[in-house]
Structures are given as structure tokens and as C-alpha cells.
Design a protein around this ligand. Structure first.
Ligand code: ZN
Length: 259
């Protein structure tokens, strides 16, 4: 087994083995949205984002995940990283630094990891993953996996954070679209047994969900994004995952079976 499986940050333990590597394909499959005509990012209305400007847009996942903040920076134009003209390339540097600072300014965030994979969707999208303060086990390259493993952060805190980041970015221009959650002053008559008060408090207050009333005029609703893996997973792998999902192995002790 490779050395990294012994690192404290490696999320799994127990009996695991390395998958057999497939033979390389002759021709690679196209990525999602290779053509701008069927690109989800191009079709998404501004309301699906937490902040927009003339040339850039920032969006969140469609729901809270394990990390304090996970954001995607997208160019408004249908371009990939290597295709950016000089103006956008320079602005990408400025936007990356700005967004890193904004996310790092949130309570409980120690570090912001910036990633670009680009195997899943063609439209340029940079990931900003916040590593929670004090969680040393989350340091490093497995952070995107931990995001899907840890329990989601409370929705109210997540929406507050989104609004803070949007407001921070708007200090330099553009338009903030995420609003802080409205506090429900009227206490619920009884606390629900399943403890979903966070969801109730936060429900309907954000602008990042396509189900919001102000998003209904949009020609094409934004495709919900639940995690890094969901967006970065190539289509052909997603199909293979669905086919193999019959085995209900929890992530913690999954023994990979070659499909
Ligand atoms: Zn596009």
C-alpha cells in the first residue's frame, strides 16, 4: 500500500486494497458541457450564484456539506483554464486571492484550499475548500473527501457564511446575491422530534436554490451541486458508480470491488 494510507489525514482504515488500473482508452470521452450549448454553467441563471460580476460568478453547493465553506469560482464566458485571454487570466489571479481571503475570514476557518481539476465539467471552475480550524486531520490533499464524509454543518451557519463571503466580494464590485438567514422570531410551538429546526430556520431564505420563488423566471434552473465529487466525476464514471451502487458499503470500511 502507498505511504499516504498511513497518514493521519487519510480518511479510511481497515482492509483496503488498490484497484486494478484499467487499460488507457484510445479516445477520451467528452466532458460535461464541452459544447456551450449544453453547458450547465452557461445555462445557470445569476440567481443560482452567491455573487456575480460582468465576468465572474461564485456559487455554493445546493446544501451545506461537511466543510465550513465550499465555493466554486466560474468565468462567465464558456472557457477552460488554458483558454483564458490575458485580461481574464490576470483577473483570475485577483479573484482567487480575494475569494481565498473572504473564505479565510470566516469564523472557524484555518485554511482555504484552492483546486482546479476539470475532468468533470468543461467550463472553468475553481474550487475553494475551507479547512476547519484545529482539525489537523483534515490537512492536505484529502480535504475534498472529508467534505463528503463529515456531517453537514448547520444550515443557518452555512447561509450566514455565504452572505458574508458575498458581501466581502461585493466590496470590490459585482452584485451579492446570498442573503443572511432571516431569524424566525416566532418560536415553533413544539420542537420537532427529528431535530430539523436548522433546516426550518434557514429554509427559503437563500438565493442559491433554484426552488426559490425569485429563480422561477430563469429559463433553465441550475443543476444542483452537492459535492466536489458530484461535479468532478466524469459522466462515464458516474454511470459505473450507479451500476455498482447495489452494494451498500458505508464509506468507512468500503472494500472496493472491481466493477
Ligand atoms: Zn459554459
Amino acid at each position: 500500500m502507498p505511504e499516504f494510507t498511513k497518514w493521519p489525514s487519510f480518511p479510511f482504515e481497515g482492509d483496503i486494497r488498490v484497484k486494478q488500473i484499467d487499460d488507457p482508452v484510445e479516445v477520451e470521452p467528452s466532458r460535461k458541457g464541452e459544447d456551450s450549448a449544453d453547458c450547465v454553467a452557461c445555462a445557470a441563471p445569476d440567481e443560482a450564484y452567491i455573487w456575480v460580476s460582468d465576468r465572474w460568478r461564485v456559487r455554493a453547493m445546493d446544501q451545506p456539506s461537511g466543510l465550513p465553506m465550499v465555493l466554486i469560482l466560474e468565468s462567465r464566458s464558456h472557457l477552460d483554464l488554458g483558454d483564458l485571454p490575458n485580461l481574464l487570466a490576470a483577473e483570475l489571479g485577483v479573484m482567487t486571492v480575494r475569494l481565498e481571503r473572504a473564505v479565510r475570514s470566516l469564523d472557524g476557518v484555518a485554511r482555504v484550499h484552492v483546486n482546479r481539476w476539470g475532468d468533470g465539467s468543461a467550463h472553468l471552475h475553481m474550487w475553494f475548500l475551507a479547512r476547519p480550524y484545529g482539525r489537523l486531520q483534515l490537512r492536505g490533499t484529502f480535504l475534498s473527501l472529508w467534505d463528503a464524509i463529515l456531517p453537514p454543518i448547520p444550515e443557518m451557519q452555512w447561509r450566514e457564511n455565504l452572505a458574508l463571503v458575498a458581501a466581502w466580494l461585493a466590496e470590490f464590485g459585482g452584485r451579492p446575491l446570498a442573503e443572511p438567514p432571516h431569524i424566525q422570531w416566532q418560536a415553533p410551538s413544539s420542537f420537532s422530534a427529528d431535530g430539523d429546526t436548522d433546516t426550518e430556520i434557514g429554509a427559503g431564505t437563500g438565493t442559491t436554490r433554484e426552488s426559490d420563488s425569485n429563480g422561477t423566471s430563469a429559463p433553465t434552473p441550475a443543476e444542483p451541486i452537492s459535492s466536489v465529487a458530484a461535479l468532478e466525476e466524469p459522466d462515464d464514471e458516474a454511470a459505473a458508480t450507479q451500476a455498482a451502487s447495489a452494494s451498500p458499503d458505508p464509506a468507512g470500511d468500503a472494500t472496493p470491488t472491481n466493477a
